[in-house]
Design a protein around this ligand. Sequence first.
Ligand SMILES: [Zn+2]
Length: 232
Amino acid sequence: MSDLKSLLDNNRAWAEGIRAQDAEFFQTLARQQSPTYLWIGCSDSRMPATQLVGLAPGELFVHRNVANVVAHTDFNCLSVMQFAVDVLKVSHIIVCGHYGCGGVQAAMLNLKLGLIDNWLRHVQDVMRSHAALLSPIEDEAQRLNKLCELNVTEQVLSVARTTIVQSAWERGQELSVHGWIYRLDDGLLHDLSLSIANPEELSAAYAAVTKVTARGGASDGSFESAAEPTVR
Ligand SMILES: [Zn+2]
């Protein structure tokens, strides 16, 4: 119980600190939120979205799940996305994974962890799609980190294919989808050089990913290896 009390004490100290800088902060925020960004990230406790990008409460709309998966049958994620795009009118959707992701690792090693194994089938689908690229990587940690990158790429494509994003583009709404990856051991985000702002860019992204996957081996730098994977 004392552990929980410390959390409540922390909260009071945090709120007081913010009020000391801006007495009206919470009253203003309580009336309205108008975030510019939707963040879709991993539930990992080491990835506190708003903190990582130095934003304040009210500036980042967030959805997180294990291994930052965007499944077209997941009404939780889709509802967050639809509200963010249609109602809040965010301009950017950022899918952010991280190297050394435990969820991606469990999928890669086909671990038996229970119910979550079903969820991680989505990541195993990514692994199968990119087998030609992944199989030659002998080092397990390197292979895991490549799969973490590929998982972000595939989830970005999933976001861009939703009726939510497609409809936004059709009506001329400015909206782009981005793929980033986070390195736990230095706290830095890396842009995977994948940004999609219209159907043409989605088609081009698909073609590039398919080309890299079909060829296997070293990539030409597009969408992957924006940063050397960290071996953990
Ligand atoms: Zn993770």
